[in-house]
Design a protein around this ligand. Sequence first.
Ligand code: AMP
Length: 542
Amino acid sequence: MKGTMMQYPLTLPHLLERAGRYFGSVEIVTRMPDKSLHRYTYADFTRRARSLAQALRRAGLKKGDRVGTLMWNHYAHLEAYFGIPVSGGVLHTVNLRLHPNEIAYVINHGGDRFLIVDDVLLPLLEKVTDRIRVERVIVVPLTGQPVPSGYEDYEQFIREPADDFTYPKLDENDALGMCYTSGTTGRPKGVVYSHRAVVLHSFASAMADTLGVSGRDAVLPVVPMFHANAWGLPFTMTMVGAKQVYPGPHLDPVSLLDLMQEEQVTFSAGVPTIWFGIYRELEKRPGHWRLHPKLRTVVGGAAAPEALLRGMDRHGIQVVHAWGMTETTPLGTVSVLKPHLANLTEDEQYAYRTKQGIPVPFVDVRVVNEQGEVPPDGVTMGELQVRGPWIAGAYHDKPNIRDSFTEDGWFRTGDVATIDEEGYVKITDRTKDLIKSGGEWISSVDLENAIMAHPAVEEAAVIGIAHPKWQERPLAVVVKKEGATLTLEELHAFLTPKFAKWWLPDDVVFVAEIPRTSAGKFLKSQLREQFREHFMTKGVNT
Ligand code: AMP
């Protein structure tokens, strides 16, 4: 027997129309490049998002065409988040922190036909212009300066009203957006989100026992809109009608604290590096900021250390620790204390809160090692595998990437974890050879290969080491050729033409040999153990 309910697609036009209709007077605030505040309402946003959708259709956009965005977090990016998918297009958020070679690669591999770019990011775009195949570049005049000739002005592009815009027929499994994630080796891989996945993910993240985003919140997503859809928050906020507060390009702790105070933010989101910066500022100037008394924040993208949770608690800011990936839209697990665990001692409670948490509804998790699925004992480690309606089942146009998926339909995260008897997942390590610095990835393998091409180097391994500011930074472990000399400065000079500055190893140490596994691979776990305290004892130099 089948249910007697209607087939109603889970697509974005519903959320956009609903937002304009029921939350028309709710504000959306952006810190502009000149630090002034741009304010408008959901009514303005929905009108302009529809105009963008119509303008894209008039410009010839067909269903499934990709529109890239090279933008910071602000109102026009939000318009793109909705305007592109409701026109039938695919929102491709391009990570502006990538090396220009990779920016060019993802724009071309994604097949972007149009590109929307912040005027303040034109110097970055111009580094790749001659290598990309986009038809039109539309520039958002955030600075208020005229858009340089050769580009289209976004305000002109969307100037026609589109109140009677007819949405194309969309299937809930149609692509809504895409985002590239860094690979251990080789090129970034594209993850394609469907309307259905994003809508369901928005419900899951609004739940009281997950992130609890509601219409009573003023939300400041610090996590970039070019990284895993700012953890889906622009969609979730719009679904529930929360006040939206965007930092623009100003991500330093003082600007963020000022904005949280001015707009009385109740919920925020960002990687630990951001919150450590904020914590230090709060310690320096106690009582200086009058933040909302119920301010809470979700911290993820890297492990939230206990010191951060305790420190923020002292300042009355509640931290919710969550785990996710670009491939998981991204919310996977959230560490909210179950009610009966509130009877535990303070130390025990912190031990739970520093774990990555229990899975949100419709995300299945398991931890697997050579013996099979591990027992929920909180000790036995294995690879974390997940599945669910917003978990990637494949990568865009990469049919040969099979080792990310198991034959029985699970996604292999590359994270090493335990699960305890309460179901809390704890990430203990990574199998992927990637270093996460301040929330963005560095490929240790790419660095190693480049370093090994240096004439003074016999062999080299690059490992991620805990760092007080950036969570992890690369350390180069080098075996020199006999009689050769090498300094950190020489190494940097050698690597600079190939890598973004923030990729360069913070230090180099010289060893007689690099330990290897029986299969002859670098035994990086041993190196990580040996140099575990390297940046902690040397202090912050980045
Ligand atoms: P990304 O796809 O860039 O969002 O990165 C996803 C990866 O970040 C995960 O596979 C983990 O390695 C790491 N990660 C994300 N959240 C956490 C967390 N709460 N604790 C530890 N690692 C995390």
